[in-house]
Design a binder for this molecule. Sequence first.
Ligand code: UDX
Ligand code: ADP
Length: 480
Amino acid sequence: MVKICCIGAGYVGGPTMAVIALKCPEIEVAVVDISVPRINAWNSEQLPIYEPGLDDVVKQCRGRNLFFSTDVERHVCEADIVFVSVNTPTKTRGLGAGKAADLTYWESAARMIADVSKSSKIVVEKSTVPVKTAEAIEKILSHNSKGINFQILSNPEFLAEGTAIEDLFKPDRVLIGGRETPEGAKAVKTLKDVYAHWVPEDRIICTNLWSAELSKLAANAFLAQRISSVNAMSALCEATGADVTEVSHAVGKDTRIGSKFLNASVGFGGSCFQKDILNLVYICECNGLPEVAHYWKQVILMNDYQKTRFVNRVVASMFNTVANKKVAILGFAFKKDTGDTRETPAIDVCKGLLGDKAQLSIYDPQVSEDQIRKDLSMNKFDWDHPAHLQPSSPTAIKQLSVVWDAYEATKDAHAVCILTEWDEFRNLDYQKMFDNMQKPAFVFDGRNVVDAEKLRNIGFIVYSIGKPLDAWLKDMPAVA
Ligand code: UDX
Ligand code: ADP
């Protein structure tokens, strides 16, 4: 019987291992983490992450062949396959600060594996890592291994949050990279056999280690680039009277381009896109490829521009000042159907508005007040460190309230900013909202979820990303 252990019970490790346990009942899967509260939550009724379908999968397997534990060393020692799914933050200090991946957590996990192992193991890179990380990990393991054989595989995860379970059940592809040696090929085959329990063979792609590592960075860079491309177009649409939804539709009909992932927005967020592109940029620079680095850097700069442009639009439209005006923020998560706020554009937009002295009232159906306050007081890139390293009592932000209802958030507000595309925001009673707001009442829709015409008929001044501008907005241009 194969035993699997996954180090890191986060957004990737938790759902991925739960699905492996469900699909492979004869395999014992242990998910371990240094964070006691996180493991306790995985063992409770209230899982630490919100993901549609996850509760059901965990309930079916937990205690049967799926275990969550803080006894990291014991489970690593007993496992045949060890997945490593720990944090890989962006470095904030020293060489490569602001770009390079900080492999502290990875290195300490690798050293621990070497220390506690008594039998040969396959070690699988699951969290995204820089190209050639496997080589570094191999060195750590082989220098400390007391003669035990370790095979390193790269098996990047492509799941998206909010659809993680669906993505894991029916992946577009599973990618496994390994050394091109007989032992490497054997390790690849072992992992392939795990996925083959439910993934058709033609969807399991086997490559060399470096291709697998780079493919993950490349896939995220391509996806983010699509969003930055459509967001760049959204600025031009507003300037010319074109409608970005019509442009995306027309462009996406070309089967070579495809229609998915072309929604203009206030900017992309999430734990991967920015971090992985910065990492890619750094790797290019280190390999003497400044032009390639510059090319990918633009994807991030365009995303930053989109967030700044949104804030400028809000402030400019409201007579160039939001000081002491109540502004309602609907949605804080980086996209709908998740409570995750990592790199959410809402952080930059809220910080921008707070910088202009607005009074914010925030509502998100899945994000807690504690999380929002933490996010707004944390420094850039600090989110990607285990919780115990983060400040437990974030500095109080006085101009901020977090409420549990969209109507409460918008009561007496001058403006509403929609920053996450939660379905419920489509069907709010906007007439009721309008009646309880200051006038003129503004809606700034950063996700194109509202019916702008309907809202204009109620009396709102409406801004929708990439759509023809109201006369009011044309008269109050935002200076970048
Ligand atoms: C992403 C990749 O999709 C996934 O394959 C990888 O494993 C991890 O990173 P995730 O960050 O969970 O997944 O979410 P994703 O659905 O890709 O959305 C990322 C951001 O882009 C969100 O803020 C989303 O709102 C935004 N987005 C997405 C747009 O603004 N427009 C779009 O058309 C699509
Ligand atoms: P992801 O989105 O990639 O899953 P998360 O930040 O959600 O990332 O999860 C990473 C997890 O890894 C965290 O819960 C953290 O506590 C855990 N972790 C980091 N270092 C170690 C380690 N050395 N041993 C065990 N768990 C670790």
